[in-house]
Ligand binder design. Structure first.
Ligand SMILES: [Mg+2]
Length: 216
């Protein structure tokens, strides 16, 4: 059986970092204080449109393009200053084990735009585990992003989404994938259970249990 595993980045592979989009939005639009909201599980495009709307800024294409470009510049500076994102405990051992399995291919399913996603993973030296992906920069929502990830995956007959939000579990259902949700993000077990994922993990610290949950 060939399995394609679609990994979320923020809160799943890497600990949640500073909100690049919020910082960029304030800088570009001059809106301060910023009206914010919970963005976990949303893609960049959705977040930027909503940030505009709740803060009284018209989300036209020029503004959105500027925000996307500036957020990428911000991250480039952040990385060139030597900043690094932290991998979550146990993640590397799970990626290693799946990487060694010739029946498994690993890709990304993330709300980050593609360039930022690879840059972030590179700072934690995790980029080399992934060969394809769906990215949020140019998709309207996570389900569309997931469909793009599936379209770029090597041939497979089993699909798994690994994430940390209720949205990841919903998205997995929408594309007919199994879902494994880790409780390392910003949501409670009850909030995750409400979406009935196929498996819930406390963390990836037990590699054997984690791999079993992913390949079950
Ligand atoms: Mg996440």
């Amino acid at each position: 059986m060939k399995t394609a595993v679609l990994w979320d980045i923020d809160g799943t592979l890497l600990s949640i970092g500073p909100s690049v989009l919020h910082v960029t939005f304030s800088k570009v639009t001059g809106v301060s204080p910023l009206k914010s909201f919970k963005t976990h599980g949303m893609v960049d495009h959705e977040i930027l449109v909503k940030l505009c709307k709740v803060n009284g800024v018209k989300p036209n294409s020029k503004t959105l393009t500027t925000l996307e470009e500036e957020s990428l510049n911000l991250v480039k500076h952040w990385v060139s200053d030597g900043n690094r994102r932290e991998e979550l405990p146990g993640v590397r051992a799970v990626l290693e084990e799946l990487d060694a399995n010739s029946e498994v291919s690993q890709g990304l399913l993330t709300g980050n735009c593609e360039e930022r996603a690879w840059m972030m993973l590179e700072t934690a030296d995790l980029n080399h585990y992934f060969s394809f992906g769906g990215f949020g920069g140019d998709s309207p929502n996570r389900i569309e992003t997931a469909r793009r990830a599936v379209a770029t995956a090597p041939a497979h007959n089993h699909l798994v989404v690994v994430g940390d939000t209720p949205n990841d579990a919903r998205c997995a259902k929408a594309i007919g994938a199994r879902s494994v949700i880790v409780l390392s993000g910003a949501f409670t077990r009850a909030e995750i259970e409400a979406e009935e994922p196929d498996a819930i993990l406390e963390s990836f610290e037990d590699a054997e249990t984690s791999v079993k949950a992913i390949l079950d």
